[in-house]
Design a protein around this ligand. Structure first.
Ligand SMILES: Cc1cc2nc3c(=O)[nH]c(=O)nc-3n(C[C@H](O)[C@H](O)[C@H](O)COP(=O)(O)OP(=O)(O)OC[C@H]3O[C@@H](n4cnc5c(N)ncnc54)[C@H](O)[C@@H]3O)c2cc1C
Length: 536
């Protein structure tokens, strides 16, 4: 099907869409980064082919169904929805027509080791009432902190987040003074300890650093911008399940003419010398598609052979480590790209337990947190000792609280996530089953009485699963960690400078992991292709 140009595009862009029709783009990987980039480029008129090694598209934003229970297996919270609005608008659609974003109330229920509960709401007045109850000494500090993090966001967003940091001109304005202004020289934890007296609020705010898989004791204080996006802008759920976003991306890409090739494992990005530069020639891949599904098509008649795909531009949604270390020949990697991918520390991984229960627990809301008794110790286990925490903080998403049809009547679907170390050895955890038992025991002790007796569906997703299934570097779930002052600058960028036509999208490249940042990486790729790959 031909791409449908967006009705909102200017005449100038319409002309370039016409010119782009001769250029072929190969996207490696059908995670949300690959799907979003494919849509944006198809809507700009490129011929886009997307290659995914698995049978399913969507990558980590997966779904699991069993015995009438439905689970999202990846993201459970959407922040910065205006980026998704901008995305659908750029592709000539309206978000309201395809997705229903709903705030959940309370945003999250926090349970502390001493039994104290704290509900955080969309509505500030309700949250302040809760703070007055559990931490009256920090009532004003909370309000001041919301203002502080809002200012932090406004100081950093254009400089780091919405900036591809690709050329020297993108870096202008960044100097040592700007780093002091954004508390980059102290940790998230030390900033928070200075602002709050109550241990409840300290833990509450430190937890947000885990949204990008980092430790609040190591990440720069600048990462306190994360609570801004949830508390000042809002945290959302996608009605029907988070996976609905993937369904809509697939539908949109199909309408825009993207050709999908699932079961297609890319093993090489082929380049060639052109004058003094290297340029993209195409991809080498293995296609093992038994039979293309009704909305997927393949170029190949011979469906098990090694194939080559010629293209002018490659957008890799594969993890940056995988792209640089495995898909490119050593001669194609610059010393800096090599070092960047080998040396940068991955984000934490996750230990996921999906439980279908034949009962509900009235104390569980949609999002729930059970804090460990020593938060700092937990991060020492994860990032220094690299072992599963003995006493983990446990997150539960209970989507059947909002979407009753996600579980049979009087039942519930619990997605349980514990932060876990990234892999040091590429193998399955020996203690996978016993750790699931540890988590279940902890939850029983924390008030989910007789939990074990009510389990009718149980499924584990370990760090090794994330490595094997999606080829995430060492099983990390948010790309590289932000556990250091320079981590934002060490994260691989959205364009490889030494190879004309090679771009990168997804959670392992700039600006980072999580739905909104992955989407921003797709916008960056679109912008950089526009900047560097003009049709002559
Ligand atoms: C348990 C969990 C909870 C999370 N919670 C949240 C949350 O609440 N909110 C939030 O915003 N984010 C959350 N995230 C993070 C979010 O899911 C990721 O940042 C995002 O989905 C990453 O998308 P991606 O496209 O970069 O990568 P991926 O989803 O990893 O997609 C990459 C794709 O490329 C394919 N691929 C790799 N190599 C090749 C190759 N050589 N050839 C062909 N195909 C290849 C892979 O199979 C995969 O499908 C969570 C993640 C996890 C795992």
């Amino acid at each position: 099907m031909d791409s449908q140009p967006s009705p909102t595009k200017s005449a100038d862009i319409q002309n370039s869409i016409h010119a782009n029709k001769n250029l072929r783009v190969g996207v490696i990987g059908g995670g949300i980064g690959g799907l979003m980039s494919a849509c944006l480029l198809a809507s700009d008129g490129y011929q886009v082919h997307l290659f995914e090694k698995n049978s399913e598209l969507g990558g980590k934003m997966g779904e699991f169904n069993d015995k009438g229970f439905r689970f999202d297996t990846g993201p459970s919270l959407l922040t910065m929805p205006f980026l998704l609005e901008k995305f659908f608008h750029s592709c000539g659609r309206s978000i309201e027509d395809v997705l229903e974003l709903v705030p959940v109330e309370p945003i999250c229920r926090y349970n502390y080791p001493d039994g104290t509960q704290f509900d955080c709401y969309e509505n500030d007045a309700q949250t302040l009432k809760e703070i007055d109850r559990i931490a009256p000494q920090d009532y004003s500090a909370y309000q001041h902190f919301l203002t502080y993090i809002s200012k932090l966001y406004h100081k950093t967003a254009d400089a780091f987040l919405y900036n591809p940091l690709d050329s020297l001109s993108d870096l202008k304005g960044l100097n040592i003074r700007s780093f002091f202004a954004i508390d980059a020289f102290q940790s998230v934890s030390s900033v928070i300890d200075k602002k709050f007296e109550s241990e409840y609020l300290r833990l509450f705010f430190k937890r947000f650093t885990t949204y990008n898989g980092s430790s609040p004791y190591q990440a720069p204080g600048t990462l306190n911008v994360i609570p801004h996006v949830e508390l000042n802008i809002g945290g959302f759920y996608i009605k029907g399940g988070m996976r609905r976003l993937v369904d809509q991306l697939i539908e949109l890409a199909t309408q825009l003419g993207v050709v999908f090739h699932t079961h297609s494992d890319v093993h090489k990005i082929v380049t060639e010398k052109y004058g003094s530069k290297r340029i993209i020639r195409g991809l080498e891949l293995t296609n093992s598609n038994p039979k293309p599904s009704h909305h997927l098509s393949t170029d190949s008649k011979d469906q098990t052979n090694s194939l080559t795909f010629d293209c002018d531009i490659v957008v890799s949604n594969s993890d940056a480590y995988e792209t640089y270390q495995k898909l490119l020949e050593r001669k194609d990697q610059s010393f800096f790209n090599h070092l960047q991918t080998v040396k940068s520390e991955p984000s934490c991984s996750g230990f996921v337990l999906l439980l279908g229960l034949n009962r509900t627990y009235p104390q569980l809301k949609h999002h729930n947190i059970y804090f460990s008794s020593d938060y700092e110790d937990e991060f020492t286990d994860i990032f220094q000792n690299k072992v599963l925490p003995k006493d983990p903080t446990i997150y539960i998403a209970n989507t059947s609280y909002t979407d009753l049809e996600h579980a049979p009547a009087n039942s519930s679907n619990l997605f349980i996530l514990v932060n876990a170390p990234y892999l040091t050895k590429e193998q399955e955890l020996k203690e996978k089953d016993s750790y699931a038992e540890t988590v279940i025991n902890q939850l029983e002790l924390k008030g989910l009485t007789d939990l074990r007796k009510h389990i009718v569906v149980q499924e584990v997703r370990s760090p090794y699963y994330f490595y094997e299934q999606y080829r995430s570097n060492k099983g990390s779930i948010y790309g590289s960690s932000s556990n250091g002052l320079l981590s934002a600058f060490l994260r691989p960028r959205n364009r490889t400078k030494g190879i004309n036509g090679l771009y990168h999208t997804g959670g392992s490249v700039h600006p980072g992991g999580g739905i909104p940042l992955v989407l921003q990486s797709a916008f960056n790729v679109q912008q950089l292709i526009h900047r560097h790959h003009k049709q002559s």
